[in-house]
Design a protein around this ligand. Structure first.
Ligand SMILES: C[S@@+](CC[C@H](N)C(=O)[O-])C[C@H]1O[C@@H](n2cnc3c(N)ncnc32)[C@H](O)[C@@H]1O
Length: 310
């Protein structure tokens, strides 16, 4: 998921985020009272801990137009995991628990974790209102050090989360650690070699450059294309488009082999479009691409399922 392009009413909130970013995320008070620069990881975590970013995501990705896609995508994911009704699944980085509620409605028992207190609070409220508290528990925890013994879960899912974690190798190691031998894990990550990254993003950067707008810092690393999208004094929130071969190699080295690779959304171009009618055209194209299970290597959203060796 990405967060930069905002439209309509979101712009006011984006302004608030920028003020938040500059005022709070970039610096922290030292013991001497001086403002010291924060590490990028800490700046990223501070942004994720605040309400605004979750509200953006809710506006951009969690609306009634996108519900049919997410319903179908979560169902496909559970099918590809092969998780039977009643099985326990860890939803790592559950956010507001919208997907956790989908997995629960499909019969799974979900443990949702998120390190953001804001997200955990809203997730618990959503779960309670939906009457799913007998099937979902939500707890505040960091994926980088999960409070579960080795092999606790037969199934793990993490949708749109690793892309925001700078120490992604550590996160993968932790997710594989809590997965039972023979268990399966599904990851939804954005793909660095997608048409969206290769065509749309250079176009958008060109337009921004021509308009004299500041561009997010961007680097090609072994893990993919890494951007710091909330420009602050000492960095901002990481948004990575992942090199799918890299994640496959890394997981293999951790003892989990890729058993399925399928498409999510073709593009998130809709986040940059000003009207609902235009957004709907893109939703439609994404829907067709997804339903026909076309080539994931061209799509932005990639769903990867790994099985841990016994
Ligand atoms: C883009 S949201 C996705 C939320 C949810 N999976 C969904 O698709 O609706 C990313 C979530 O990951 C959480 N997150 C990021 N880094 C995390 C970490 N190290 N530990 C736990 N949660 C983390 C954020 O707080 C945020 O709620």
């Amino acid at each position: 998921m990405k967060i930069l392009q905002k439209t309509g009413m979101d712009r006011d909130r984006l302004g608030q985020d920028r003020r938040f970013d500059n005022a709070s995320a970039g610096h922290e008070a030292s013991s001497t009272g001086r403002r010291e620069p924060m590490s990028r990881t800490d700046a990223s975590r501070t942004i994720l801990g605040a309400q605004e970013i979750h509200t953006h995501w809710e506006n951009d990705y969690l609306n009634s137009d996108l519900d049919p896609f997410y319903d179908r995508a979560c169902a496909r994911l559970v099918e590809k995991l092969g998780a039977p009704s009643g099985a326990k699944i860890l939803d790592a980085g559950c956010g507001y628990a919208y997907h956790a509620m989908r997995y629960a409605r499909l019969g799974l028992h979900v443990v949702g974790v998120d390190f953001s207190e804001t997200a955990v609070r809203s997730a618990r409220t959503n779960v309670k209102h939906a009457g799913l508290d007998d099937r979902i528990t939500v707890q505040q925890a960091d994926i980088l050090s999960l409070p579960f013994p080795d092999g606790s879960f037969p199934y793990v899912v993490s949708w749109g989360v690793l892309m925001h974690i700078p120490e992604v190798e550590k996160a993968l190691k932790e997710l594989v650690r809590v997965l039972a031998p023979g268990g399966r894990i599904a990851l939804m990550e954005n793909n660095a070699s997608s048409l969206h990254v290769r065509l749309w993003e250079p176009f958008l950067r060109g337009v921004k450059r021509a308009l004299g707008r500041k561009l997010p810092e961007r680097a090609r690393t072994g893990r993919g294309v890494e951007e710091w999208s909330h420009e602050g004094d000492s960095g901002g929130l990481m948004v990575r488009k992942t090199d799918i071969r890299w994640i496959e190699r890394t997981m293999r080295a951790l003892g989990a082999d890729l058993i399925d690779h399928s498409t999510g959304q073709l593009t998130e171009l809709y986040t940059a479009l000003p009207s609902r009618a235009l957004k709907r055209l893109v939703y439609r194209a994404n829907w067709i691409y997804f339903l026909r299970e076309l080539n994931p290597r061209l799509a932005l959203g990639n769903i990867l399922v790994f099985e841990k060796r016994k």
